[in-house]
Write a protein that binds this ligand. Structure first.
Ligand code: ZN
Length: 255
């Protein structure tokens, strides 16, 4: 994998954001493979959905690219808040690629968030644009990367070193069954998975997960039955192959 973007493509453009977009999109179509199947190419794809920058011609997985020169591992700015919530509820979010480039246009980091990991819990509403702004009152959102469980943050390039393609595909494949969980339920599934990850151990108990009860209540204020919901989501996580049941009340993360 050649990590250098083609700097000569920048000559036609003036705005920094436009240059970043052109160079990084060109890099992806040249160097990037599909993490979801064994296709070694992604193709540029715009006409139907403005949120989709690339698609895989083989498995049809959609990808959106965000390119940045500064890397904030906690959050990334996204588009409109309401549009994002609609996309999550309709299960229409693309997989997200976050690309960080260096001052010499080398790809330094590339992080893949599989689309199943976008839930309302990881979307932060931003302040409406000020009255004098061109789009006054418009409300954008941030994607809270810190709230996404590690299972949903797949490094493709890490500190200037490409991760093995086989490993990236294996990590994607490990979580792909989450797509079978309906989006109305998946927010809960991901919240429970994130709680499990925060325990930072491979084996855990139901009692330990109940420790997140009040936090989950505040994420889902309309739901009063948090404990049964946690137990139900453990079954969902078992069915999609991410958790195994060891004995009553005790569980193990599958890797
Ligand atoms: Zn594919």
């Amino acid at each position: 994998m050649n990590l250098q973007c083609r700097i000569e493509l920048a000559a036609k453009y003036k705005a920094g954001s436009q240059i970043a977009r052109v160079l990084s999109e060109d890099w992806c179509t040249r160097e990037l493979y599909c993490p979801a199947c064994d296709s070694d190419h992604l193709t540029g794809s715009k006409p139907n959905n403005p949120a989709v920058d690339f698609a895989c011609a083989t498995c049809e997985q959609p990808y959106q690219l965000k390119s940045l020169s500064h890397w904030n591992p906690r959050k990334v700015v996204d588009a409109g808040y309401e549009a994002m919530l609609r996309a999550i509820r309709a299960d229409m979010t693309p997989n997200l690629l976050i690309l960080q480039y260096s001052s010499s246009w080398l790809v330094r980091n590339l992080l893949l968030i599989p689309k199943m990991f976008f839930s309302e819990s990881v979307i932060e509403k931003r302040k409406p644009l000020a009255p004098h702004a061109r789009r006054a009152g418009w409300v954008g959102c941030n994607i809270l990367l810190s709230e996404i469980p590690s299972d949903g943050k797949i490094a493709v390039i890490s500190d200037g070193v490409p991760v093995l393609k086989e490993q990236v595909r294996e990590e994607f494949s490990r979580v792909k069954q989450l797509a079978e969980v309906p989006p109305s339920l998946r927010g809960w599934t991901l919240d429970v998975l994130r709680a499990i990850r925060r325990l930072e151990k491979p084996e855990f108990s139901l009692q330990e997960l109940y420790g997140f009860e009040s936090e989950m209540k505040s994420l889902h204020p309309q739901n009063q039955n948090v404990r049964p919901k946690i137990r139900q989501q453990l079954q969902v996580l078992r069915d999609v192959g991410l958790v195994s049941f060891v004995s009553p009340g005790s569980y193990r993360l599958r890797t």
